[in-house]
Design a protein around this ligand. Structure first.
Ligand code: ZN
Length: 509
């Protein structure tokens, strides 16, 4: 494109020097008009469409040529259409896009649920209250369901509006209150306000089950085949405020996954439960959930540990004795544990492997522990990489600091995942896009990431084998399309969200 424009400028100078030679002027002017039309049409189409490399049976070489020639939009359309493996690290509650949350909450009226959100603060509480509780008073857009709304004082009730009565400005602010969409928002906004605001919204198992299916549909549309989601089972309430026991919650999820719209996605699903690692009762929660997973092992496969790691009360070895005790009895519970999602160098990844984890969530500071890195090379333990999350939560300030390429290219097993994509306003294609753009992934590396994300899933052997066969068939079909007609490999229905729009200006499709 640049070469063409320079050529165009030279042509204009040529014309100036020929201005007095009237015999040739007309021909030159005609040539210039032709040039303007040609250049103009290429400028107009340039951002949307560069010339794709010629078809080739050698997909790896074709992909190298494609990366160097393609516009960002073409690369995104390609990666969106590309079959992918699994997403091994996503928190269902954080995976719900704000717009989905709003619609899901309103739709729950059919089950008798009605939600209210705090739109103003009227100083209803006396001085001296505790501002550090799970649901602090001085926070807007905290959500409660009707049974809890009715328990509020008259003064506090006036701070709330039913979700379906928000005016456009309030609704926009409500949507934004559950995602990191402003420059000043980062780790504290995420850990200290998002989950607290969500409040009762997520304590409805029917809403959670519907959100799971929405994710299956959206991920399925971008070529995903397997989802392993962390999902809640404790503390759920019915429309009248009555408690719903975890076993009933499990059954609600199980039945929802058998509905036609869920099955139609073709996305295989397994679930994990998670403990908040720094709570006083975390070891008791671990015991309860370990037993729960064991009893619901057809659908629930693992226990995870979440919560900010810079809270020392959640250090990994706190759970070693409990896990050793549990392993004396239970034989079917797997562990995938967040570790190394922290700024300081420490031994969290090493200690977490000692806990028995087969997968490490994030593993950012593994790079500071050379002994453990050496042990993990060509090893059995996978690091779940969340590129969008790590940037937005400021564990890296730019991608040149991210250890992902070091792990990938020193043969430490890795896969890409989305973490809390609802709060990042992103999807799995974004993770691949960032990886290709920032770290120049090869075609073989892309295939390795997808295969890893199935091979390291907590699935029965036969299901895993079937998924790998399906993935291989789909990616080979995709490669055949590229070989025959590259333009056919670009998705016409790609969809991106706020993250990729803000950072890479890919907004309209
Ligand atoms: Zn996570």
């Amino acid at each position: 494109m640049q070469a063409t424009l320079i050529h165009g400028r030279r042509s204009a100078l040529d014309i100036a020097s020929l201005r007095n030679q009237s015999g040739r002027l007309r021909a030159v002017v005609l040539w210039l008009v032709f040039l303007i039309i040609v250049v103009g049409s290429r400028v107009g189409a340039g951002s949307a469409q560069a010339a794709l490399p010629q078809p080739s049976d050698d997909v790896s070489s074709w992909f190298e040529a494609f990366k160097s020639d393609a516009t960002d939009e073409e690369l995104y359309r390609f990666l969106y259409a590309m079959p992918k493996g699994g997403d091994l690290h996503n928190h269902l509650s954080g995976s719900i896009l704000s717009e989905w949350f709003y619609e899901l909450a309103l739709a729950q009226s059919k089950r008798g649920y009605r939600y209210y959100t705090r739109v103003t603060i009227n100083n209803c509480r006396p001085y001296g209250g505790n501002a550090f509780v799970e649901n602090p008073y001085l926070m807007l857009f905290v959500n409660v369901q009707e049974s809890n709304y009715e328990k509020l004082s008259t003064c506090e009730k006036e701070e709330y509006l039913p979700l379906d009565e928000l005016n456009p400005q309030e609704k926009e602010a409500w949507l934004d209150s559950l995602r990191l969409d402003k420059a000043h928002e980062g780790r504290d906004e995420f850990f200290q306000t998002h989950w607290q605001r969500m409040g009762d919204l997520y304590l409805n198992p029917y809403l959670a089950a519907d959100a799971l299916v929405l994710n299956m549909q959206a991920f399925g549309a971008e070529g995903l085949m397997y989802m392993e989601s962390m999902i809640g089972v404790l503390g759920f309430i019915g429309a009248q405020g009555q408690s719903i026991p975890p076993d009933v919650v499990a059954q609600i999820y199980r039945e929802r996954l058998q509905d036609a719209d869920a099955l139609a996605t073709g996305v295989e699903v397994r679930l994990q439960v998670a403990i908040l690692r720094f709570l006083p009762g975390a070891n008791e929660h671990l015991r309860y959930l370990y037993d729960f997973v064991s009893r619901h092992n057809d659908l629930f496969v693992a226990v995870n540990m979440v919560g900010r790691e810079d809270n020392d009360k959640g250090y990994p070895l706190r759970f070693l004795d409990t896990l050793r005790d549990l392993r004396r009895t239970y034989n079917n519970v797997r562990l995938s544990i967040h570790a190394g999602e922290v700024d300081e160098p420490n031994d969290h990844v090493r200690d977490t492997l000692l806990l028995g984890a087969d997968r490490i969530g994030h593993g950012i500071n593994l790079i500071t522990d050379p002994d453990t890195m050496r042990l993990m090379r060509n090893g059995a333990y996978l690091v779940e990489i969340n590129l969008v999350s790590n940037l937005l939560l400021q564990y890296v300030s730019d991608y040149s600091q991210h250890p992902f390429p070091e792990y990938l290219r020193t043969d430490i097993p890795v896969a890409l995942s989305t973490d809390d994509r609802g709060m990042w306003d992103s999807n799995l294609t974004d993770e691949f896009f960032v990886a290709v753009k920032e770290f120049n992934l090869s075609w073989d590396e892309i295939l390795l990431l997808s295969r890893n994300s199935i091979e390291h899933g907590f699935l029965p052997k036969t299901t895993k084998t079937q998924l790998l066969v399906r993935y291989t068939t789909r990616i080979e079909d995709f490669a055949r399309q590229i070989a025959a007609r590259p333009s056919a490999a670009l998705s016409s229905t790609a969809q991106s969200y706020g993250f990729i729009c803000d950072r890479y200006q890919l907004c309209e499709w």
